[in-house]
Design a protein around this ligand. Sequence first.
Ligand code: URA
Length: 237
Amino acid sequence: MERLDKVISTQTSYSRKDIKRMARSGEILLNGEICKNSDVKVDPQKDEITVCGEKIGYKKHVYYMMNKPKGVLSASNDRNATTVVDILPEKFKRKTLFPAGRLDKDTTGLLIITDDGDFAHRMLSPNKRVYKHYIATLDKPLNDTVKEKFENGIVLADGTKCLKAYFEKLSDNKALVKICEGKFHQVKKMFLACSYTVVELERVRIGSLKLDPDLERAQVRELTESEIIQIFDEKTD
Ligand code: URA
């Protein structure tokens, strides 16, 4: 059993103070009855809690897929910039959400937002070999040496050696790149090491999980259980 205000505060973005106020004004229902005391003990798995007309489903963790738009920061909060957590619909917000892996402000596409630190670590750790797939648009036509360089492990301008990456030319100036590391600006720096500038970058897949083509930029939806598994089940060589 847990306190009602604690359950609501972990499942929403409301503070304990908000919850107390809402309870006093009759906006919280417990099993269909107005509950004015937010200290009362409840069973989060069994009791039905409604706040301002919205039922609060109890979930230990949440996992969202966002189609990240340009111009939004991959962070939980920032004093000056709008973040991916800021643009979540109110019903998805919780206090401890963060993006699992950062995309640059001008990078678009598949971003996972969660409050599960162990999951994020498993997805991001290079040792787990979860490949992130990007489509990069370059400033000029690609030559045939780039694939080999990517596949041998690029050495960045500062001497950092990258793990071997998968590379497939899609058109004159577009390539699909798969990496399992997340160094700062990694794809852009890998191309820079081959004298190319990335002019557009989109993440299209993580493991076997593809960006949902029905999600428009800035839209977000919850992942299904099988989609969470897909992240970790890509067959790699
Ligand atoms: N590599 C980059 O350079 N930028 C991103 O946003 C992701 C990977």
